[in-house]
Write a protein that binds this ligand. Structure first.
Ligand SMILES: *[C@@H]1O[C@H](CO)[C@@H](O)[C@H](O)[C@H]1NC(C)=O
Ligand SMILES: *[C@@H]1O[C@H](CO)[C@@H](O)[C@H](O)[C@H]1NC(C)=O
Length: 284
């Protein structure tokens, strides 16, 4: 009996894995691409209260992303050193289901990148996740985390004025998420949801100032600071291909869900037949 249950459990775990693979075929989905990650040096000990608090925190983040594009959590503990703080922030133009998928992927990524470290952070295209045992919630942080400038296109007055218009638009429009386009330049800026309006404005201004000074005449620039970022990119063709990606991804997703459901039904039938054999056989 124990052996049979072992087989059943093993078979079922395998089925779940297969279904999972079928459900998530578009690993290259643009909102899930990896931008950066980092971990603290300090590690926690396995099976410690901190570890279980961290698991609760990450679970809360993943769950919360199914209904909100930003949230923060603090898992309190009797000992101060076991307290864990965390937040996630989805890109402002992301629909909630995509936000949820992104945060789940980011949490998985943190788990594999930051093995048993007290703190860690991951930025994917569509979302940001961070946790630590020292509080960082509500604290403005303008440390440069990622700076990337595209190839310089030389001085082109039209391109420069489009870019400057986009950067000016980004710094001028208030709000935690900003998207601006001018000519064939697109720009985007966002703060983590824990910053106040004034802090957010200050952080984004700093990111834009650095983009201007560091990326010169580059055709694209990404400036990620601790609690905000500003980015721009040039090229209508690029933007068109992005829009195309999105719709074909939508189709792929629907297809994947249908295949996943069919596979699920098939596996359920196999499982039931297996159960009948296993237990029917034992009765004889
Ligand atoms: C975080 O955890 C590390 C390792 O346990 C510890 O050395 C450090 O003091 C902790 N930081 C805080 C703010 O509790
Ligand atoms: C953290 O979340 C709580 C409850 O959702 C909220 O009231 C609080 O303002 C948040 N804190 C920060 C720093 O965002």
């Amino acid at each position: 009996m124990e052996k049979i249950m072992g087989e059943v459990i093993r078979g079922f775990t395998l089925s779940l894995l297969i279904v999972n693979c079928l459900f998530y075929p578009s690993a290259s989905d643009s909102t899930d691409s990896f931008l950066f990650g980092g971990c603290t040096q300090q590690k926690y000990s396995p099976d410690s209260p901190y570890q279980s608090n961290l698991h609760s925190l990450l679970t809360s983040l993943v769950n919360s992303a199914t209904y909100s594009s930003y949230n923060n959590y603090t898992i309190v503990a009797s000992t101060q050193s076991d307290v864990v703080y965390g937040l996630y922030q989805c890109r402002g133009d992301l629909a909630i289901p995509d936000c949820a998928t992104c945060v789940a992927r980011a949490v998985t990524r943190i788990g594999s990148t930051c093995s048993q470290t007290c703190g860690g952070a991951v930025q994917l295209e569509g979302c940001y996740v961070k946790y630590d045992n020292a509080t960082f919630l509500g604290v403005e942080d303008k440390t440069v985390i990622l700076k990337k400038c595209g190839p310089s296109v030389g001085y082109n007055p039209d391109a420069m004025s489009s870019r400057d218009a986009v950067l000016a638009g980004l710094s001028g429009s208030g709000g935690a998420f900003r998207g601006v386009g001018s000519g064939n330049v697109q720009g985007m800026a966002q703060c983590a949801g824990d910053l106040s309006f004034v802090e957010c404005q200050d952080c984004i201004s700093e990111a834009i100032r650095r983009l201007r000074s560091d990326c010169g005449t580059a055709d694209s620039g990404d400036m990620f600071l601790g609690k905000c970022y500003a980015r721009y990119s040039t090229g209508g063709a690029h933007a068109d291909s992005k829009a195309h990606d999105k719709s074909s991804n939508e189709g792929e997703k629907t297809f994947a869900i249908i295949v996943g459901l069919l596979a699920g039904v098939a596996l359920l039938i196999i499982f039931l037949v297996f159960l009948r054999r296993a237990f029917g056989g034992e009765g004889k």
